[in-house]
Design a protein around this ligand. Structure first.
Ligand SMILES: Nc1ncnc2c1ncn2[C@@H]1O[C@H](COP(=O)(O)OP(=O)(O)OP(=O)(O)O)[C@@H](O)[C@H]1O
Length: 332
């Protein structure tokens, strides 16, 4: 089967100036990332703030240009941003991001905004547009009496539902969701995630689900890619990642997810802050925080390798025997 979305060796470097008089220095926000999403599959992308998740999400849609590498959608290279070919492809790839208020026009009713793509892309004859808007609202759990409301008259969760309805209007094959529930109350998050998962399964939509919150990703992703400073350090099926994480960074992230009934002590705590991306540590970028770092980790950057279970990991310690969380804790 052809992958719905493929990215090969994507690189995005920003020139960032520190202070007014500082010289610009390169930040490798995305540093050689390859991935694939099959039709109907959800790939979760996790990592701390600044690991490059949002930049990657934008690059996958052609919204941010790669300095190297290529994105292919349904087997075809992504056309250049702004061209007619790109706009046609974009109708099939939608972005849902964190802040629904920013995504919506506060002067337009919810129904008008959900209907907008139908008009712009002439997806439905005018006389059927109202029906299609009603259908989309129902699909995301909005009531018909909310059609005439303005964004500020809805709750955060309802606004995000409206954004998702609008994204679905063009019957996309791919959704890139960048922290879609992070701004919502915890009580609402699960509802919106469950709704997204239902819609995605029912419509066979491929999804890239970006989040710093592993709990949420665990709920929705078939596969998970863990990012650290612009690179994928581990990727596997969600089951495999959560059951037996191998990379020390993944182990720390997974062990920090609260498990009902499991005491807090005994969990591995990630030491220190992520390093400044403009000042990437030598060797393995995780080594300054890694409890099992060896000499080689300070000098040599580990390649992402297949290590069985359909898993890839980039860690010198993960070649054969890998330290368990308990061993790592003892060594820390
Ligand atoms: N437009 C930009 N100009 C300069 N630097 C940028 C830009 N966008 C992102 N960066 C830098 O690239 C790195 C990755 O940022 P990005 O927002 O992609 O990470 P993230 O994992 O999504 O983090 P967060 O969850 O905080 O949004 C960071 O160091 C960030 O400061």
């Amino acid at each position: 089967m052809t992958a719905l979305l493929e990215a090969e060796e994507l690189v995005r470097i920003y020139e960032v100036r520190r202070g007014i008089f500082g010289r610009p220095s390169p930040v490798r926000a995305v540093d050689g990332i390859s991935l694939a999403v099959m039709p109907g599959e959800t790939l979760g992308i996790v990592g701390e703030s600044g690991s490059g998740k949002s930049t990657l999400g934008r690059m996958l849609l052609g919204l941010d240009l790669a300095q190297a590498g290529e994105v292919r959608f349904a087997g075809s290279p992504m056309p250049r941003n702004g061209t007619a070919e790109w706009r046609a492809m974009r109708a099939k790839m939608q972005l849902v991001y964190q802040d629904p208020l920013a995504a919506l026009d506060r002067r337009l009713t919810i129904a008008a905004q959900i209907g907008e793509p139908l008009q712009i892309h002439r997806l439905v004859p005018r006389q059927y547009q109202a029906d299609r808007v009603a259908e989309l609202m129902e699909a995301v759990g909005l009531r018909s009496d909310q059609a005439g409301r303005f964004p500020h008259e809805l709750s955060g969760g309802q606004r995000q539902r409206a954004v998702i309805a609008r994204a679905l209007a063009s019957r996309p094959k791919l959704l890139v969701c960048d922290e879609p529930v992070s701004a919502l109350d915890v009580s609402i998050q699960a509802q919106v995630v469950n709704m997204l998962r239902d819609l995605q399964e029912r419509n066979g939509i491929g999804m890239v689900f970006i989040s710093h919150d592993l709990k949420v990703v665990r709920n929705i992703a078939d596969r998970v890619a863990v990012m650290y400073l612009g690179r994928i350090v581990e990727e596997a099926s969600s089951d495999v990642v959560f059951r037996s994480p191998q990379h020390p960074y993944t182990k720390a992230l997974v062990s920090s997810v609260p498990v009902p009934g499991k005491p807090l002590e005994g969990r591995m705590i990630l030491q220190g802050e992520p390093p400044n991306p403009a000042d990437r540590p030598s060797g393995c970028a995780f080594h300054p925080r890694c409890p099992v770092a060896q000499d080689i980790c300070r000098t040599s950057s580990p390649a992402l390798r297949r290590i069985g279970d359909g898993r890839t990991a980039a860690c010198h310690a993960v070649a054969g025997e890998t330290a368990s969380i308990e061993t790592m804790r003892r060594m820390a």
